[in-house]
Design a binder for this molecule. Sequence first.
Ligand SMILES: *[C@@H]1O[C@H](CO)[C@@H](O)[C@H](O)[C@H]1NC(C)=O
Ligand SMILES: *[C@@H]1O[C@H](CO)[C@@H](O)[C@H](O)[C@H]1NC(C)=O
Length: 124
Amino acid sequence: MVNPGLLKTAALAVAIVYMVVANVPPATPQMSSCNQVVNRLMPCASYVVNGGGVPLACCSGIRSLNSTAKTKADRQGVCNCLKSVLNGIPSNAYNISLATGLPTTCGVDMPYKISPSTDCKSVK
Ligand SMILES: *[C@@H]1O[C@H](CO)[C@@H](O)[C@H](O)[C@H]1NC(C)=O
Ligand SMILES: *[C@@H]1O[C@H](CO)[C@@H](O)[C@H](O)[C@H]1NC(C)=O
């Protein structure tokens, strides 16, 4: 038997990769930075789908994401990236409250929420 949680995780990872590849024009700076954002958060995929313990790699991804986004423009860029990725994933494919709570769970004081409905323009 294949673990259904694992299947969902794999489906989510594929959806994220597909999103990033399909929806953003190649070779723009935005593209590479959004890819980097997604890469950093890949270790979080199984947690936001299945819950359980947060992988250490996920928290270090969140932390490095937070600390590399130094300017308002950087933070809005990361916010828009996360938002568009989440909006491309069916809301029943993952646990939104787990995704939104990730920075808190990891003890990172992120200035905005990871959510499909974040208002990125108001990110400071
Ligand atoms: C999301 O995860 C939380 C914490 O594990 C759980 O209490 C909640 O029921 C989950 N929600 C969904 C929609 O699965
Ligand atoms: C996250 O970013 C915010 C805003 O830039 C900063 O105040 C905070 O100290 C950062 N947290 C960590 C854990 O890096």
